[in-house]
Design a protein. Sequence first.
Lengths: 379, 392
Amino acid sequence: MALVLNEEQEMLKESAQGFLAEHAPVSELRAQRDAGSDKGYSDTLWSQMANMGWAAILVPEEYGGLAFGHVGMAQIVEQSGRTLTASPLLSTAILGVTAINVAGSEVQKSELLEAIAGGELTMALAVDETIHHDPVQTAMSAVSKDGGYVLNGEKRFVVDGSTADKLIVATRTSGSPGDMKGISLFLVDRTSDGVNVQRTQMLDGRNAAIITFTNVEVSIDALLGEQDKGFAALSATLDAGNAHIAAELLGIAQESFDRTLHYMKERKQFGALIGSFQALQHRAAHWWSEIEMCKSVVLKVMQSLDEGDVKSSALASIAKAKLCEVAELSTNEAIQIHGGIGMTDEYEIGFFIKRARPAQMLLGGYNYHANRFALISGY
Amino acid sequence: MSDLQVFRQESRDWLEENCPRSMRSPVIAGEGACWGGRNWTFESEDQKLWMDRMGAKGWTAPDWPTEYGGGGLDKAENKILKEEMSRIRARSPLDSFGIWMIGPALLKFGSEALKQQHLPAIIRGEIRWCQGYSEPNAGSDLAGLQSKAVDMGDHFIANGQKVWTSYGDKADWMFCLLRTDPDAKKQMGISLVLFDMETPGVTPKPIKLISGSSPFCETFLDDVRVEKDQVVGDVNQGWTIAKYLLTHEREMIGGMGLSGSGSKTLGAIASQTMGTTEGRLNDLFMRTDVARWEIDAAAFAFTAERVTDEAKAGQGIGATSAMLKYYGTELNKRRFETLLKIGGSDDLVWEGDVSNDGWTAKTLLRTKGNSIEGGTSEVQLNIIAKNILGLG
């Protein structure tokens, strides 16, 4: 398949660009933050996004979705990286939809996917248990009882965990931390008895949560996929999630670059535009080259996910790792080249580093994914 | 069957019949490559047979017009031929600066007479070409070149010195940039001329590199007669053609980030040499270096793919050869630094079987030139900043 966008994907990209620039620019994120918004995003905006079909992009047609694929979704996500738009797109329309689509029963799919596609249901994925992402180490327990299960444990860095209607929770039903076998996924209502949600506002102004589960009882219908065999579905979900976080980081990297390039063409020092200095020109040219690499890895992994290629896991880790590296470069260079004004809260460039760092760490940062890529490659 | 299917079948049959068995294995690190020309010593009868047969069919330059002896293939056919050749692991029948560089320039800028004179001999591997660009005082600042050609009425007389002439001592003809108008602004007074290396006054002298090999020469020009009909394009308009050729060269060198030592990945070489425990390379710091390199190499390979696909689809910004050249050569240098560390003290041995005659060390040393030749990394960054980013 040619490594370019087709016409429909181009159109979606343009429409996302137009909508987000108008309705959800960086100033909206600032407004949410300054208002001390509990949710960290605007319900009105999310309804508008759902009305445009964005929640339904990865949902198959038989469940009321658009089945437009990952390449299409990535165009929206990339643009939302440029505008730093906060919304449940990742937690609900990407992670939630992928997990249910991969592992769900017919009943679960028809009930949940339709509701998500319609913008009526939000989800959150609860996977991390320690301060570093490492899903195979899942330890939270789920024990059979009276034809159902009892869940006990704690989850951290659950993005949208304080607002989502339903949580997808990775638990251990057998084996020990470190075993791929023995992991099971459950659907749990956030408001269930025994679920305690502590909201943590992150440096990007968005919400995440630390959630404790104390003797939370769920029925057999809450099991998502087969007992003990949840790791494959979890991995597929995380691959999609990481690929799309890479797309968001691509948007962040490009916007940081574009704004800085623009600044280099208007800021004067020593009687000259700072963009005329070779020391800065070479940094900008290297930075631009790195972003070109990023465009390619992101498009590659999206096409691979759409084709269901076995290489998707390796490509997801390549893309996430590369984008972690380049987003870090981009947000750092952006501040340095802007100089003093880049350090002020009043100027928007500082918002990019504040979103980039949580996005980099979410579902595994550079080291996690470089390690995972090496293991997949046989070393 | 469609026309392309017929073409595929015919190509497959022809290659099966005409490609000698011994030519069906990859060229590794230049061993077994065929450069042709008047001075060439074929390593075997098969090598000559393969070059001659492919040359006669025009498939040494598959997409050049048949009127000059080329294959006349369109893009789709050319792709099929490449696929069929790689299916039987057929070697390139001829490596040639004629095919890669001066040929395309002649096709684009040359007179009909020049095309008729030179293209068929390039295609058949009869004439080997070298490039006379850089001078001792004109490297990155190529347009500052001072070797000159003085108009004598019916011919020019050239004097000066060229340097970094690839295989100048083995080549038959040179395409050469000379100053034909000393009074014009520096880019405006340059012409691209062609002459036989056996012309009296042309003296190539090999330069020994840090890698021990001598792929380049310095070439002295003392009262060399250059015929007027051997100017490519118009007199004093050589810089435009030179820039076209430099772009071509950048693309060629940039592609090297993708090539390697055979088909093994860096990870596989490291695992084999250093061993693994529970699926992880024993040296964990090396493992990090290898993974970091492989991630970047994958990103580069996909970028080369994307840029090609965008060009085909009429999208993209073009002018990306500077980026590919910069990134690809820096990547190749890093590859060999990592390979040498993996190889350990054995790979430091300059000659002998233990190090395959110092292959890794010598290639590492040679790669240092990748980010210098064809425009330094710094020049590529200048090009990106100026032409793509619009920084003045």
